[in-house]
Design a protein around this ligand. Structure first.
Ligand code: NAD
Length: 338
């Protein structure tokens, strides 16, 4: 099987490529990305082909790779709330427009698409647990630009779904809930908002910057370890069991408020020589979201997935606990590697 991973140099793409190559000696992975920093260690693998390419500028070349593959994972996207509010059109151009072209090529060449939707599409849904085929997708007013990511993904979900009905497109929409692990982001990038919450907090500690809790950090998220997420993706790609399905992939057991997360990370930081002294110097402070993100931000208070569908359809469940996933991630960044 030939697998095309667009954004294959990213966090999920790197782990997915590695797992496919490990499990299937006769499968080929073509990873397209503008960066290879997270996958340097795979570049010499026999069945791994890395194409350094900007998908916005090389539409025809990308179409050629789509034509040659069997399955596409279109993983290239901007997934940083800071950019949703600072440069929403950039998010639209990559997350929606560039990915729409991939979906259309998949329809044209009759290829299977395994598309990363997001827990963000549920938006401000108030259900205790979000269910893929039942829960509403609720976003805020247009001036709250942070919803551009959610809307881009949601519209693509709807387009892919419609192609499934009209053209028989074979697809799976998977919805990751805060996947965390090694290679999540570049924590050595000091820029505020350049990364996701766990990597942002780690970066803050490293550079002696106080940890900001937006609106008190009461927001609840369910953190999922990357190996659990990849295990679900392998079950999806290895059979057609999840054809034309939308599936949440998250760990409801790892419910954790952002405040709790910050305190845990500060506590765990004491175990690492590289962080200990820094963690003792900085504080956790409260910040109003208007002061941090500006007025076009809006919060999602609680986000918990129902994983009944993943359990019954895929026979999947997550195993890695909150403490374990933080330890494994922090070990990757701060323990000297053998
Ligand atoms: P990531 O940022 O690590 O990976 C995205 C990759 O896309 C990066 O390597 C980046 O270099 C590449 N890219 C960006 N612009 C490009 C361009 N113009 N041309 C080619 N490549 C380009 O993100 P990730 O965590 O691996 O997420 C992958 C997908 O899953 C995204 O679509 C994201 O929205 C979705 N998702 C992830 C999570 C999560 O918890 N990680 C949650 C919900 C949804």
């Amino acid at each position: 099987m030939n697998i095309l991973i667009v954004g294959g140099g990213g966090f999920i793409g790197s782990h997915l490529s590695e797992e496919i190559l490990k499990r299937h000696k006769d499968w080929r992975v073509t990873a397209v990305d503008i960066s290879s920093t997270k996958i340097e260690y795979l570049l010499t693998e026999k069945n791994f082909n890395f194409i350094r390419m900007d998908i916005i500028e090389n539409v025809d070349l990308l179409e050629k790779y789509i034509k040659e593959c069997d399955v596409i994972f279109p993983l290239a996207a901007i997934a940083s709330p800071w950019i949703y509010v600072r440069d929403p059109l950039k998010v639209f151009e990559l997350d929606f427009e560039a990915n729409l072209k991939i979906v259309r090529s998949a329809v044209k060449y009759n290829k299977r698409v395994i598309f990363p939707s997001t827990s963000e599409v549920y938006g401000m849904c108030e259900d205790d647990e979000f269910e893929e085929d039942i829960s509403n997708c609720i976003t805020g007013p247009i001036g709250k630009q942070r919803w551009i990511y959610s809307c881009s993904k949601q519209l693509l979900d709807r387009i892919i779904f419609a192609h499934g009905i009209r053209d028989g497109l074979r697809y799976t929409l998977f919805r990751p809930f805060n996947w965390i692990g090694p290679r999540l982001d570049d924590i050595y990038n000091e820029n505020i908002g350049s990364s996701r919450v766990v990597s942002q907090f780690l970066s803050n500690i490293l550079y002696d910057k106080d940890i900001n809790l937006i609106n008190g950090g009461a927001q609840v998220r369910c953190f999922t370890y990357i190996s659990d997420g990849i295990d679900a993706l392998m079950k999806i790609v290895e059979s057609d069991i999840a054809d034309k399905q939308i599936i949440n992939i998250g760990n409801p057991e790892n419910r954790c408020s952002i405040e709790e997360l910050a305190r845990k990370i500060m506590d765990f930081a004491k175990r690492y020589d590289k962080l200990k002294a820094h963690a003792e110097r900085i504080k956790i402070i409260n910040l109003n979201s208007d002061d941090y993100y500006g007025k076009s931000y809006q919060d999602v208070s609680v986000r918990v997935p129902s994983i009944k569908k993943a359990e019954t359809l895929l026979g999947w469940k997550p195993f890695v606990s909150m403490d374990e996933l933080l330890s494994k991630t922090m070990d990757f960044y701060f323990k000297p590697h053998a």
